[in-house]
Write a protein that binds this ligand. Structure first.
Ligand code: AMP
Length: 736
């Protein structure tokens, strides 16, 4: 924006400034300057001047009024900071709002869509700053800040394009936490082909949500309708936009962070902090085009890239070297005029629709016919999955950026040569017969096992030694079996202590289920892990955790205070770790400032001691199997405590190694012999520890690591540097 000079009689201007903290409007006689602010009518948002982070520059911005951590949601003069506190937001003649510097320069002024002699600017309860005619209460605005988002999407804001006016609203990251000027990253709703949201760095796409399917984005199946907020994409002839609304009093916002990650944060009043609820990209397979055209990304595989069924790598050598960008080709070329057909694929993030065509009214059958007739049509799917599916979406040319999901939301039908269909039909018949047979056998076995388990379920936990006794503190130490001295908590005590498992008390969520903060009557703070009711795995993990950790005590292991088993409810109660988990510190640019080298060393040391205890010094020899940054909790003094023994295994006698068919743990931390062959031992824990050390030292995630020169993870990058003698191990962190 150009800096304009306008003729103003500044002495008279300043003399008429009447500033008030209680008003929500700026009029000809009410302006803001210095530390004065205006506040929206219900007290949710405040607008005034601020300096971000460690910067001394002054910006005019809007932030949450009632949140103790200053959280700016919109900035007016993003690119032109004020170097002193001589800025005034005022109404200037003829009829405009302007941010004026004491020297007479107009630093910022909104581009209004109409004119008026008597404008007022009002800060609405939604956080929207609007300019309207003073006498016009109809809701018609001459300008609104919601049309010019910065890095934050608030409820009610639109992300998208108005085809009539040409206005495009998108998020753009700040340059850094000290500089709100537009950074490299943007997040927009792109209607090309069919609407989806895309995160880009400059002109390079990094992540896309997948096309909208009427309920959600095809690549974000876990983002289901929920009780906190609802969201939708509206696509008409006039406009396309994504927006969300809050359904409860929870405060939630979406930001395009300056690190290039789209983040949804929720404010927790109790702990007075923002909690990160979801991110985009969510995993490695969300990296745009990671596996090239017709590739198939599966985050559970090592390496993650494969080809779609009946496709083969286009460049076998490069593929083998870990460069998947060439993608895959059909192993049997299409022969459009001799009757191609389609194979159904389920459980995929649908391909990039930017080269697609759609029709809202066609049935799936009609969709297939249209695709079949057009030789460059490569796939089709329903446009909308509501009410059993409707509409038609066709893809032309290559299928880009497909990812396997853990659930099936929508089927896609991919074009294949007829010969592939014959094979697949025959195989289908054999497979179906086999599956039916196996299914029948499995069903009978599971029925027997289930009935037996049910019979044993209640008595089993009791046999492990747990009796329910209630004392005046709400729990007691009485157990049947001597060496499992695990206190039992009463359900009502836990429910009271966690405000009835209020969302505001939620600390996080693990494989086990949600974790809540609680405060017992005497003031003792606890963390409560509540098993998700339908999770049979959760119950297994519960027992495992009780058996493993109840018998162990070490200052670098999280302390289990007790458990609660009542009716359907099964919970574990731990000492509360106020500094949450290590990942919260090391992967966050501002939090990581709090961890100097000696603290990091102290943490590494503590984890090593905890691990040594598990492997060598404890009563049982325990292999943790899921050592990672989010399973290291930090106490008030930043002492690390290993947590989450849900999948740990204890070794008896001389046993040093075991194998499993069910490889569970976290990719990125798993040793190759465990990930590939299911072999685990103390060594596989040490491998995970090594990854953790690299992450602590570098502040980078092993799997989220990005390097412009290659696609390796942090571990691969370090080994390349070591092999090429670019670093000696002692100095590696300085080069990462
Ligand atoms: P988990 O089920 O162990 O993976 O825990 C999920 C999340 O809950 C962790 O990442 C922590 O943020 C939080 N959490 C778990 N246990 C505690 C605790 N004892 N104190 C504080 N926060 C915890």
């Amino acid at each position: 924006m150009e800096i304009l000079k306008i003729p103003l009689f500044f002495s008279s201007l300043f003399s008429i400034l009447i500033v008030s903290n209680t008003v929500d409007t700026i009029t000809k006689t009410h302006s803001i300057t210095g530390s004065n602010t205006i506040v929206s009518s219900g007290g949710s948002f405040e607008m005034g001047f601020f300096s971000p982070g460690s910067s001394r520059n002054q910006y005019l911005g809007i932030w949450y009024k009632n949140i103790s951590v200053r959280t700016v949601v919109w900035v007016a003069n993003r690119e032109i900071p004020l170097l002193d506190s001589a800025g005034v937001l005022t109404i200037i003649n003829p009829g405009s709002l302007a941010l004026v510097h004491g020297t007479g320069n107009v630093i910022w002024s909104p581009n209004m869509t109409g004119s008026t002699w008597d404008p007022v600017a009002q800060l609405m309860e939604s956080g929207n700053l609007v300019v309207r005619d003073a006498n016009d209460q109809s809701g018609h605005f001459l300008w609104q800040s919601f049309d010019y988002p910065c890095d934050t999407l608030l409820p009610g804001m639109k992300l998208g394009k108005n085809f009539v006016t040409g206005l495009e609203r998108h998020l753009s990251s700040w340059k850094s936490s000290d500089d709100p000027a537009p950074g490299e990253f943007t997040y927009r709703c792109d209607p090309q082909g069919y609407p989806q949201n895309i995160l880009s760095r400059g002109s390079v796409e990094l992540y896309r949500t997948g096309p909208w399917n009427g309920i959600g984005f095809s690549g974000r199946p876990n983002l289901k309708p929920n009780t906190i907020y609802k969201y939708e994409v509206v696509y008409t002839k006039e406009e396309v936009y994504y927006h969300y609304e809050l359904l409860s009093s929870v405060i939630s916002r979406v930001i395009m962070s300056h690190n290039g990650v789209l983040e949804r944060w929720t404010w927790i009043d109790e702990t007075r902090e923002w909690v990160l609820y979801s991110t985009g990209p969510a995993d490695n397979c969300d990296n745009y085009k990671l596996c090239g055209p017709n590739g198939d990304c599966n985050v559970g595989n090592l390496p993650p890239c494969g080809c779609l069924s009946k496709f083969v790598p286009r460049n076998q050598t490069e593929w083998g070297n870990g460069d998947w960008s060439y993608g895959c080709d059909r192993r049997t070329p299409l022969d459009c005029h001799n009757g191609d057909g389609f194979i159904k694929h389920s459980g995929y993030k649908l391909p990039d629709p930017r080269n697609s065509w759609f029709d809202r009214n066609m049935t799936l059958g009609e969709c297939e016919m249209v695709c079949l007739k057009n030789c460059s049509c490569m796939a089709y799917a329903n446009l909308d999955i509501r009410s059993g599916g409707s509409g038609c979406l066709l893809w032309f040319d290559e299928l880009i950026d497909m990812k396997e999901l853990n659930v099936n939301v929508q089927d896609i039908y991919i074009r294949m040569a007829s010969s592939e269909l014959v094979h697949s039909k025959k195989r289908e018949i054999v497979a179906v017969t086999l599956a039916l047979l196996v299914g029948l056998i499995l069903l009978s076995i599971s029925l027997i096992v289930y009935l037996r388990k049910r019979k044993r379920k209640n008595s089993q936990l009791n046999r492990e030694g747990i009796l329910m006794h209630k004392s005046e503190h709400g729990y007691t130490n009485k157990t049947q079996k001597e060496d499992l001295e695990l206190p039992l908590f009463d359900f009502t005590v836990i429910a009271d202590s966690t405000n009835n498992f209020s969302i505001n008390n939620k600390l996080g969520e693990g494989g086990f289920g949600p974790v809540y903060k609680g405060t017992l009557e005497g003031g003792q703070e606890i963390a409560v892990k509540r098993i998700s009711k339908n999770s049979s795995q959760g119950l297994d993990e519960f027992k495992n955790e009780v058996i493993c950790i109840a018998k162990l005590q070490h200052r670098n292991l999280v302390k289990l205070l007790g458990c609660c088993i009542q009716g359907e409810e099964t919970m574990l109660i731990y000492e509360y770790m106020p500094n949450k988990s290590l990942d919260y510190f090391i992967f966050d640019q501002s939090q990581s400032m709090l961890l100097d080298w000696s603290k990091r060393f102290h943490i590494i040391n503590g984890i090593a001691r905890g691990l040594l205890y598990l492997h060598q010094d404890s009563r049982l020899r325990i292999i943790h199997r899921d050592l990672k940054a989010s399973n290291i909790l930090l106490d008030i003094d930043m002492n690390p405590k290993i947590s989450d023994f849900g999948i740990a295994r204890s070794f008896g006698g001389n046993e040093t190694e075991a194998s499993t068919n069910r490889v569970i743990g976290t990719y990125g931390y798993m040793s190759p012999e465990y990930a590939i062959d299911g072999l685990f031992s103390a060594k596989s824990d040490v491998f995970s520890f090594g990854v953790l050390v690299l992450e602590i030292v570098s502040g980078k995630k092993n799997r989220g690591f990005y390097h412009p020169g290659h696609r390796l993870n942090l571990l691969g990058h370090v080994s390349v540097l070591i092999r090429s003698n670019l670093i000696c191990v002692r100095k590696s962190y300085a080069l990462i």
